[in-house]
Design a protein around this ligand. Structure first.
Ligand code: MN
Length: 330
């Protein structure tokens, strides 16, 4: 997916404010962003935002749907570039056709991980298929640490088997949870899983105390460690916990995406679809895309023009750090 905000802010992320781990859950509410396309499908973005820019190396979280493709036109994202990151496409329903400059042509389907690693540069297109009536899923980005910034571009697919839990189910697409481990390699320790919680159930999940965690609510009612989360909210839990409790007080099944990782210590600069370490990195990546150099390759098979980069902000990129989370709730 491409960050299609008309004026994407330049963010300097990372180097989180130090301090004691808060006891409470911080609620990161979503904001609506038009994704683009003829009728502008909308997504609900929880990362990055003013209150928090990263959870582990997770640096971008869009939640969308259930979206009636007939009404919105679905997802139509022309070829666009990425650098310094990995993209995770995870669907609950629908189907997306992915094409990239590595020559990958893949169908993204519900419950299957599709992880693209940018290398120094990659480009891709994403279009919901004609068979799709309802599109529903998340798009997540992972920041890559400096020592792996030039590791080659890559595309990985993994369909995790559902792990039964007492009162729910887990699909672990990255990292380890509930006795299951994804075979897909990450550059920093990371957790990514879809979970469902049965009506009235309380799940207790053992987690790594070095990790901070985010719980992105998809459907249903959900309490994270006793704090109620609303639809599309991202609940943040600071490091230091050995377990997370997920309670569903509702009548229907609750579904969520659990993200985690140790706090990402490096400062990163994020603008449009690029992650770098300096303003100059971003300027160079933008120029390379606009000039059509071979850095980002070519996407074959997409019928249409590629996405031009937005105009760079005139202002110098300023550091942006996470304020310490509130002790409790909003
Ligand atoms: Mn993309």
């Amino acid at each position: 997916m491409s960050n299609t905000e008309a004026l994407p802010g330049a963010l300097l992320c990372g180097a989180e404010a130090a301090g004691p781990a808060p006891a409470g859950i911080q609620i990161l509410a979503p904001r609506e962003v038009p994704l683009g396309g003829p009728r502008a499908m909308r997504v609900r973005r929880t990362l990055p935002q003013r209150a928090r820019t990263l959870i582990g190396a997770w640096c971008f979280a869009d939640h969308y749907g259930p979206d009636d493709v007939e009404a919105t036109g679905g997802m139509v994202v022309p070829p666009h570039p990425h650098t310094g990151l990995q993209t995770v496409s995870w669907l609950f329903s629908g189907e997306i056709e992915h094409r990239d400059s590595l020559g990958t042509h893949a169908l993204v389907r519900p419950g299957e991980l599709n992880l693209m690693t940018s290398g120094r540069g990659i480009s891709h297109s994403e279009v919901s298929t004609s068979a799709t009536t309802t599109l529903h899923g998340v798009q997540l980005w992972v920041a890559r640490p400096e020592r792996h910034r030039d590791t080659a571009a890559d595309f990985r697919h993994h369909a995790p088997v559902a792990v039964p839990l007492d009162g729910g189910e887990a699909r672990v697409f990255l990292g380890s949870l509930a006795g299951d481990t994804s075979p897909v390699r990450t550059f920093t320790p990371l957790l990514g899983a879809e979970l469902s919680v049965a009506p009235g159930a309380v799940l207790t999940l053992d987690v790594d105390p070095d990790f901070e965690h985010g719980v992105l609510v998809d459907t249903g009612e959900l309490h994270l460690d006793g704090t109620a989360l609303g639809p599309s909210d991202l609940g943040y839990a600071a490091p230091g916990r050995t377990a997370l409790t997920l309670a569903n007080p509702g009548r229907g099944t609750a579904r969520l995406v659990l993200l985690g990782g140790p706090p990402f210590e490096e400062e990163i600069v994020m603008w449009w679809n690029f992650i770098g370490r300096s303003h100059d990195d971003i300027v160079r990546a933008r120029e390379d895309w606009q000039d059509g150099t071979d850095r980002f390759g070519r996407v074959d098979g997409y019928d249409g023009d590629r996405l031009p980069a937005p105009v760079l902000p005139r202002a110098t990129i300023r550091p942006r750090r996470n304020p310490p989370p509130p002790a409790q709730g909003r």
